[in-house]
Design a binder for this molecule. Structure first.
Ligand SMILES: [Zn+2]
Length: 170
């Protein structure tokens, strides 16, 4: 049996905090376990209320579409709309339900879509925005002088660190 090497001297400085930190993390895990089913119920009820109060497609519109073989909504459409919808509640209260729709660009289909848009005489650059991101590996490989130039276009701040206590290997 090999005796344990002496712990790093920095251990003495962080020992108490490590214990506190670990306890808080354990508490968090407990709370998260308790909260998980509640979060699930809340989401399910929210979806159910939204579907009833602000349905994306009312029975009326569904029938209108079927009868007219169209994907346009009925002129008297009361379907929930993307954005904020309001339902009057008793005593001047209001239920505000916001319908949100995620629209992510499918990179694999992007070029074909741009081309088809151009064929329809629309400028794809007004619809698809190009976001500039830093290529961190190339940035770090730059010589200091060039990196400083790039830094002028960056807002640099530390992000939350990660910490982990790793047990001994078996
Ligand atoms: Zn409708």
């Amino acid at each position: 049996m090999i005796p344990d090497p002496k712990p790093d001297t920095r251990f003495a400085v962080v020992e108490d905090l490590l214990l506190l930190w670990n306890n808080v993390k354990l508490e968090l895990v407990k709370i998260q376990a308790t909260a998980a089913p509640l979060l699930e119920s809340e989401r399910a009820l929210r979806d159910q209320i939204m579907g009833l109060a602000f349905p994306m497609l009312t029975e009326e519109c569904r029938k209108y579409m079927e009868a007219n073989d169209t994907d346009d909504h009925a002129p008297s459409c009361t379907c929930g709309k993307e954005g904020t919808n309001t339902l009057k509640l008793p005593a001047k209260f209001q239920l505000k339900g916001t319908i949100k729709i995620d629209r992510k660009v499918d990179e694999a289909a992007l070029e074909a879509s741009k081309k088809a848009l151009q064929d329809l005489q629309f400028n794809p650059d007004t619809v698809f925005r190009v976001k500039t991101e830093l290529e961190v590996k190339a940035y770090k490989a730059l010589p200091k002088e060039a990196r400083k130039v790039v830094d002028q276009a960056l807002i640099i701040k530390p992000a939350a660190p990660t910490l982990e206590i790793v047990g001994p290997k078996e």
